[in-house]
Design a protein around this ligand. Structure first.
Ligand code: ASP
Length: 305
């Protein structure tokens, strides 16, 4: 059967969108991910490689483009799940690795744990010789200073409400199905701007920000707290397991999520083990794209001009 890979660049307002850069970044991630997915490759390799490209883009809220917390520091969450083996790996609140998704994969491959958090996870990244994160980008620091000057600070800032106000987005993720019908999910984020230091979002939690089993794989984006409350990706994958198509499952899981958490909160991409796929979001936009091993590529979810 044909292999399929989907990527997204985050659900949100996308008020300031550089269309060309986003499209080029999504296409680069799709093409790189497809190479890792086909031939001797696998769904998990495809999803991780695509997510790594998005982390390295510097223009999205993951990897080197990650936003900062209230104290002005980067801390990131990431997760991966292989639907065929049922194994997951995740890291929370890490600061060391340039590519947290690679560390999440190592947690899955090298340990019998699922989630490792904070400085021990950073130590693991160091010991494994993973590349070091360069620290927040100038663009992110400029935004941070502007927000602080506008008074968006204080020890109990409500980052969920703030995220709605300032606009969430730019988290990255990928789902894939390989020629053997195995599915996988990968997700990575800097979280939400001005989050409380130590805050962990949905991207480190299986069933919330990412999930995969023998039927389907899904990754979510949006306000992490709401995604944890609705267990969005578990809900989407369960709908496929019950017999719905991936696109109907994406739509229905977001409709259910919206009924709990309200609009402007989340988006999801879904792929099923038979190669069907779909995406849905309740925000202004969620740039996403797909590529297939039989030569189709499409980009969608950009805000209207
Ligand atoms: N879901 C991410 C988080 O809350 C943010 C995002 O998707 O933009 O950590």
């Amino acid at each position: 059967m044909r292999s399929v890979l989907l990527v997204h660049a985050g659900a949100g307002t996308w008020k300031y969108l550089d269309r060309e850069s986003i499209i080029a970044t999504l296409e680069n991630a799709l093409e790189t991910g497809l190479r890792a997915l086909t031939g001797e490759g696998s769904a998990i390799a495809g999803a991780v490689e695509a997510t790594k490209v998005l982390e390295d883009s510097g223009i999205l809220n993951a990897g080197i483009g990650s936003v900062v917390d209230l104290s002005g520091h980067v801390s990131m969450d990431a997760g991966v799940m292989d639907g065929y083996t049922g194994r997951a790996g995740a890291v929370a609140s890490v600061t060391y690795p340039r590519n947290p998704v690679v560390l999440a994969l190592k947690v899955m491959e090298l340990t019998d744990h699922i989630l490792i958090a904070g400085s021990p996870a950073d130590d693991l990244a160091r010991r494994l010789g993973l590349e070091k994160h360069p620290g927040p980008s100038q663009k992110v620091l400029k935004r941070y200073k502007e927000y602080i000057m506008k008074g968006y600070s204080g020890p109990y800032v409500k980052s969920y409400e703030l995220a709605k106000k300032l606009g969430i987005g730019d988290t990255v993720g990928a789902v894939a199905v390989d020629s053997k019908g195995r599915v996988a999910a990968a997700v990575s984020t800097g979280g939400v701007m001005l989050k409380f230091p130590g805050r962990v979002g949905d991207s480190a939690i299986p069933g919330a920000g990412f999930y995969a089993n023998r039927a389907a794989a899904a990754v979510a984006t949006g306000i992490g707290e709401t995604i944890i409350e609705s267990f969005l990706t578990l809900s989407a994958v369960n709908l496929v397991a019950e017999g719905l198509s991936a696109s109907t499952a994406a739509k229905m899981s977001i409709m259910k999520h919206t009924s709990i958490s309200g609009p402007d909160t989340a988006g999801v991409i879904v792929v099923s083990s038979d190669g069907d796929f779909g995406a849905f979001f309740n925000t202004n936009a969620m740039p996403w794209g797909y590529i297939t091993s039989d030569g189709k590529l499409g980009i969608s979810g950009l805000p209207k001009k």
